[in-house]
Design a binder for this molecule. Sequence first.
Ligand code: AP5
Ligand code: ZN
Length: 217
Amino acid sequence: MNIILLGPPGAGKGTQAVRLEDEHGMVQLSTGDMLRAAVKAGTPIGLQAKAVMDAGELVSDAIVSGLIGERLDELGSDVSVIFDGYPRTAAQADSLDEILSARGRKLDHVIELQVEEDALVDRITGRFSCAKCGAGYHDRYKLPKVDNVCDVCGSDEFKRRPDDNEETVRTRMAEYRAKTAPILPIYEARGIVAHVDGMAPIDQVNEAIEAILATAT
Ligand code: AP5
Ligand code: ZN
């Protein structure tokens, strides 16, 4: 199975992708995570991407589509994947069609998470993650069960993303409205889009996504 989780920054794509990995053995392909890893490793792609990401703008289509193609080749053809944060432009949607068909894959579902803009800012500015294992948390909506100790790996070190400040979030949302939201009709015309109320609690969003995955396209 191949699905896209589509939605503005902070809609809960990463949160839900991790749930699907745990429940179905699917693999999350997050271009944001891939780019952050490249920045951390200081690769040529990372050096090119850092300033663009810090400004909340979009990295070039060729770079992100290249990353997705490479990662799919590493995974092989039997693994089900969740595209998280990709595609983000019409050119990336075209590239994804080519990448999938060249590998004998097809898109099963495009799931749009719908969240109001004020809630997105609140979610993103409160977000932090475990510095060791990457588990995601939130100052108000998802605190570690024991104060300052990661639920997953027990580490007491946490970090925040440099692009998670209000000013950059507004730019990221403007990019989403201008370049990403317009790709939805491409998939709507294929009859594979489902909309989910992303304002609901995390468990309820997960249930709604599970119900969609249980339907054939
Ligand atoms: P990327 O890493 O993809 O960031 P994003 O799209 O801005 O999305 P986020 O990761 O911020 O949000 P999310 O929807 O995953 O929400 P999350 O689950 O964490 O991209 C970063 C940058 O990389 C881009 O700006 C761009 O520069 C570059 N880039 C990446 N891909 C690219 C591409 N394809 N093309 C070009 N450039 C690209 O949830 C947010 C918070 O809310 C968490 O704290 C969570 O605990 C909480 N939360 C989640 N769900 C709920 C809920 N239902 N109720 C309450 N709280 C919730
Ligand atoms: Zn951890």
